[in-house]
Ligand binder design. Structure first.
Ligand code: 3DU
Length: 213
């Protein structure tokens, strides 16, 4: 995943045709495409391979199982062309290590989640989850654009690891705030794919990124 445009599209649409439409319109402004269960279940896992021909694909499966199953899940994603995966850390260091090993280091660990409920269980242990990402050899963490002050806190724990940050747009976070707080990439879904003009929406975000870094 190159680090040029700093924008990752969260492609949470539920048809192959819509996925293709949004990607065609926005691809010039993206470093990667993040896909999650809605699109994988709707279009089938080969969508990973198809999208990987256009951009790096980050598989946001929020993997949270025992180590042996985590390995199987990541192997399947990588076999289909995923460049990186996202896993949960609350399942413990052995489970995270299984993801990191299977992804050859290209794994991101979820810390404090960006939605209001993220404060309930993930926020109190987010610092530990970030430390776990670091000790496991993960590439980085997922941290909330809705709470830029937490991005700053978590950065102190992870050092040079990367921060990818969802919560911009539909969830109320601002790209510029997240980037200024130390995020390496912003993750944006609805603000692009639900826009009447996804190309203009992606360009506006790309312009905001340029002004913020
Ligand atoms: O709110 P948006 O439509 O921009 O989508 C956000 C994406 O980021 C979505 O795919 C969701 O699964 C993911 N995500 C969060 O929103 C919050 C997290 O803490 C972690 C991932």
């Amino acid at each position: 995943m190159e680090k040029r445009r700093r924008l990752i599209l969260a492609l949470d649409v539920t048809s192959r045709a819509e996925a293709k439409r949004v990607v065609d319109l926005s691809k010039d402004y993206l470093d990667a495409i993040k896909i999650n269960w809605p699109l994988i279940l709707a279009a089938g896992p080969d969508i990973i391979t198809e999208l990987a021909k256009v951009k790096d694909v980050l598989c946001d499966l929020k993997i949270a199982d025992i180590p042996s199953i985590n390995t199987l899940i990541v192997d399947q994603a990588v076999k289909r062309g995923a460049s990186a995966v996202i896993c949960h850390g609350f399942v413990g260091d052995d489970s995270v290590k299984a993801c990191v090993d299977a992804a050859k280091g290209q794994a991101f660990v979820v810390t404090e989640m960006s939605h209001p409920g993220g404060k309930q269980f993930t926020a109190p242990v987010a610092d530990k989850l970030a430390a776990l990402a670091k000790s496991s050899g993960a590439r980085g963490i997922v941290a909330p654009a809705t709470r830029p002050e937490r991005i700053m806190d978590l950065r102190k724990i992870i050092g040079k690891l990367e921060i990818i940050s969802p919560g911009v747009g539909a969830q109320g976070g601002k790209a510029s705030d997240a980037l200024k707080a130390g995020a390496d990439y912003i993750i944006v879904g609805r603000a692009i794919y639900e826009s009447p003009d996804p190309k203009a929406a992606a360009k506006a975000l790309a312009d905001e990124v340029k002004r913020s870094i």
